[in-house]
Design a protein. Structure first.
Lengths: 428, 60
């Protein structure tokens, strides 16, 4: 059992206040997902975001919170090499005793409620325009009940990854103050699993030639979503630094500055890359770059200097548009929201950068072990669970439903009833 | 092919864990953790390759 670091009253009030702003990150991602999808699926996309938020909150409170545990809570451990390895949380069922829990544990639980909703939302964006609402909710239930709680326990709940520092002198253990691993990489690898299982949108990869461009329907949603996400991410990273990195109050402004600098460096780099490649900056790729900068900051905003934050953002901003292009053109991965590149790869880069720039010896190896866990355990586990789910409740809508759009198919009405939807050449 | 790649990935994870458990010295520990990651990347590459072949076969 890990000892709890008690929070001062000021830190408690600050973190609680920040959590009132953190849902803006979820709102931003939901808007981005909707804007990057097609107009004929916009209402289904946004309603799906609400439904996934609801399902993940309920399932996490009923099942997941028990397995996630928390710092100082009981956990199922095994002894390996004479050291305790915490694998599962053993918290009370149905949030029992929450009122009497220490303030730190209550805030961690609140953080996890928001984190699980955001993690579950990421694959929904990647499955846009062809994934059914019910299957999306079922996928969210799987992530909330099993995969997220496991990951959160290992990293935030005093599990074996968090204890790598104490048990094996690997820095301060695996560090993830803002949820780069538990939220973004988990969401990114879930998006990859879903896209692999559901397959691409019809007409995306024709028999001959390159892939068909299916651009997002509303760049304003996408870019406004980025601005909303900034507010949410600032709150998220600062609250995470208080709860998981035990940062003093005086260190929090730097965490916020690093978050902003990382996003700024990333969007500047993406702007330049797309300008050089296409002659003009690309709005949706710049949005992807901005989000990748924020995702990168989730891992390292509380650990690095402002200069390092700009550098990590620049790298994320250069690599993200290239990865989006690589995934689509070379690897036949149809990911409308870009979650795999933005949240998956961006999160992995952030975790690695935290190891490179963190001052403690051994921190880089701890971060590498964490990355190995995310790729070697979480991705295959999510793929297996989604594959089983797809056998019982197929992700993909039938071809006719995809042709008329998810709004008409699943909701019976479109998001923009006064718009005339033009004929889609790709379905001929 | 995709499943083969996904099965290789946990092997890389176990290699990383074994490195943490078996090597107290920092250099060999770091080297074997990196080897574990390399195995995972190879597994991922095989899985991606399998996905590409699937898509190519299913193209209309």
């Amino acid at each position: 059992m890990t000892p709890i670091q008690p929070l001062s009253d000021a830190a408690f009030v600050l973190a609680l206040g920040l959590f009132m702003l953190a849902p803006l990150a979820i709102a931003g991602v939901a808007l981005i997902n909707t804007g990057l999808g097609r107009s004929r699926s916009a209402a289904q996309s946004l309603l799906g975001s609400l439904a996934i938020l609801a399902v993940s909150a309920i399932v996490f409170s009923l099942i997941g919170a028990t397995f996630a545990g928390g710092p100082g809570a009981a956990s199922h451990t095994i002894l390996l090499s004479g050291k305790p390895w915490g694998w599962f949380g053993a918290g009370p069922w149905l949030l029992g005793g929450l009122n009497a829990a220490p303030s730190h544990a209550q805030l961690v639980l609140l953080f996890e409620f928001l984190a699980v909703a955001l993690a579950a939302l990421l694959p929904w964006g990647s499955g846009a325009d062809r994934c059914r609402l019910l299957a999306g909710c079922a996928a969210a239930a799987i992530l909330s009940s099993l995969v997220f709680p496991l990951t959160a326990h290992w990293i935030w709940g005093g599990g074996w990854l968090a204890q790598l520092g104490v048990n094996f002198q690997l820095g301060a253990g695996f560090l993830d103050g803002g949820g780069a691993a538990t939220v973004n990489v988990l969401g990114g690898v879930s998006a990859l699993a879903l896209v692999w299982i559901a397959g691409p949108r019809r007409g995306k990869f024709p028999k001959e030639g390159l892939s068909t461009a299916l651009p997002g329907h509303n760049a304003v949603y996408v870019l406004f979503g980025c601005l909303l996400a900034l507010v949410g991410w600032l709150a998220w990273n600062v609250a995470g630094a208080v709860l998981f990195l035990h940062a003093p109050l005086s260190a929090l402004p730097v965490t916020a500055v690093n978050t902003l600098l990382s996003a700024a460096g990333a969007v500047a780099a993406t702007f330049a890359v797309t300008h050089v490649r296409f002659g003009k900056p690309d709005a949706s790729l710049c949005a992807n770059g901005w989000m990748a900068g924020l995702v990168t900051s989730s891992a390292c905003a509380g650990l690095v200097t402002p200069l390092a934050a700009i550098f990590t953002g620049l790298v994320a901003g250069i690599v993200t548009p290239l990865l989006v292009e690589l995934f689509e053109l070379a690897l036949s991965i149809d990911d409308p929201s870009g979650a795999i590149a933005v949240h998956g790869a961006g999160g992995l880069w952030g975790l690695l950068a935290a190891g490179i720039f963190a001052p403690q010896p051994g921190q880089l190896v701890a971060q590498l072990v964490g990355i190995a866990t995310l790729l070697g355990v979480v991705l295959p586990l999510v793929y297996l669970l989604f594959w089983l789910l797809n056998r019982m409740l197929p992700f993909r809508v039938d071809p006719d439903g995809e042709r008329i759009g998810m709004d008409l198919q699943e909701l019976g009405g479109g998001a923009y009833p006064e718009f005339v939807i033009h004929r889609d050449e790709s379905y001929r | 092919m995709k499943y083969a790649g996904l099965l290789v990935m946990p092997a890389g994870f176990f290699l990383s864990i074994a490195a943490v458990l078996l090597f107290p010295a920092p250099a060999p520990r770091a080297a074997f953790v990196i080897c574990g990651l390399a195995v995972e990347v190879m597994g991922l590459a095989v899985a991606v390759r399998g996905h590409m072949e699937e898509i190519r076969e299913k193209r209309p």
